[in-house]
Design a protein around this ligand. Structure first.
Ligand code: CO
Length: 400
């Protein structure tokens, strides 16, 4: 079996997705995904560079091809390379599964569980609105919900005294949210108090800080959240603040989840070794694919650190399918972030799984169990999707 073609498709039925198709001389083809929000053109260029290296190669030599692509670029690693390699890697696993006549999770060691627990986002503009959304997810069978008031700005963040900045100040080109760290730190525990009063202590809830706090602020928040038993606190710090993870850990028993904007096992390994986190977020699509995701899980397992793969809707359904297969197979699975896709995406990609009772299941088909309609994908060209920027209340640009 030989690889005869590698095609990369950039399409925007909902967000910008990059799908990778690898074709073989035996008619079997595989799909992978290399989506990387804000770096779509860079990833497409990297795929264009590495694709010729794959022509004529045996697609079943997944391990060797992974290391070939990784080492070949010399400037190894980085988010762009890892996404591009992930796209190729997933497609190779899809081919292997089709050739073996088995779903990919079977090739990874079989199922450790039937369904994988997924979570979705409740983001209201008030406690009441957030609670209504939580109730709706619970009605749909969700067992884990991420809760926010305002996605990035957070609770009670708009003191009137700063209104001038927003009314008369700079004309920002993109939607902007304002962040007041003091108000935020005081209000997040109140949100959890409100939700625990309504939903009890059993429901798994957690919150994403989006790396907006200083280390000592993060420590204070995590400590104040202890009575509300979060499943974990997500991204309390920027990944650059590696030293500060020790400080944070020493101050709190709130579990910590981290790593969605990290890039490889090399970023996560020190956090694992010192047991500074409880859940890792780096998904297969941003860490080099299924092969690397299995290795990262194995590195985390002896420390009882579990997966919580990043999976918002700027990661598409092929990568989601790969994450479901990995999540079903690995022993130390925790939870999987779930994105619901629109009708257009369901038309472009077939085989997207729909969670039942808060659990997602892979397709019981050979390979990843998904297919992409190339003709239809071409009808949804790249589109610039505005995402909010965050500023401090005085107008200072916030790092995240
Ligand atoms: Co996050």
């Amino acid at each position: 079996m030989k690889i005869t073609a590698v095609k990369s498709i950039l399409t925007c039925p909902q967000r910008n997705y990059i799908f990778v198709k690898i074709e073989t001389d035996q008619g079997v083809y595989g799909w992978g995904e290399a989506s990387l929000n804000w770096s779509e053109f860079e990833v497409m260029t990297r795929l264009e560079q590495i694709s010729p290296l794959l022509i004529g190669q045996d697609p079943t030599r997944i391990q060797d091809l992974w290391h070939y692509l990784y080492a070949r670029t010399y400037w190894m690693g980085g988010s762009i390379s890892m996404a591009a390699i992930a796209g190729v890697d997933m497609a190779l696993w899809d081919i292997l599964g089709k050739r073996a006549g088995l779903p990919v999770y079977q090739l990874l060691g079989g199922k450790s569980r039937e369904g994988v627990v997924v979570y979705n986002h409740a983001i209201g503009s008030t406690f009441e609105e957030t609670a209504e959304q939580v109730a709706a997810f619970v009605d749909r069978g969700y067992k884990v919900v991420r809760v926010q008031v305002g996605e990035y700005g957070g609770v009670g963040n708009r003191p009137q005294s700063y209104a001038g900045e927003r009314a008369g100040g700079s004309a920002y080109l993109e939607p902007t949210e304002y962040f007041h760290a003091g108000a935020y730190i005081e209000n997040v525990p109140k949100l959890f108090q409100y939700l625990r009063d309504q939903f009890g202590m059993e429901l798994e809830l957690f919150h994403d800080v989006h790396g907006k706090l200083t280390p000592i602020q993060a420590a204070r928040l995590a400590k104040n959240l202890e009575p509300y038993r979060l499943m974990f606190l997500e991204d309390p710090l920027r990944p650059e603040h590696r030293e500060s993870f020790r400080l944070l850990r020493q101050h709190t028993t709130t579990p910590l989840g981290m790593g969605e904007i990290m890039q490889s096992k090399f970023d996560l390994l020190p956090l694992f070794q010192e047991q500074l986190i409880d859940y890792y977020r780096l998904p297969p699509v941003h860490s080099g694919g299924i092969s690397e995701a299995m290795k990262i899980a194995a590195l985390a397992e002896p420390y009882d650190i579990r997966s919580a793969f990043h999976g918002p809707d700027d990661i598409g359904p092929v990568a989601q399918a790969a994450a479901v297969h990995v999540s079903r197979a690995i022993h130390n699975f925790g939870v999987l972030e779930w994105a619901d896709y629109n009708t257009a995406t369901h038309e472009v990609v077939s085989g997207i799984s729909t969670p039942r009772d808060g659990l997602a299941y892979p397709q019981e088909l050979p390979g990843l169990g998904i297919d992409v309609n190339e003709g239809l994908a071409a009808q949804f060209p790249y589109t610039r999707v505005p995402t909010p920027m965050v500023r401090r209340i005085d107008g200072t640009m916030h790092v995240y």
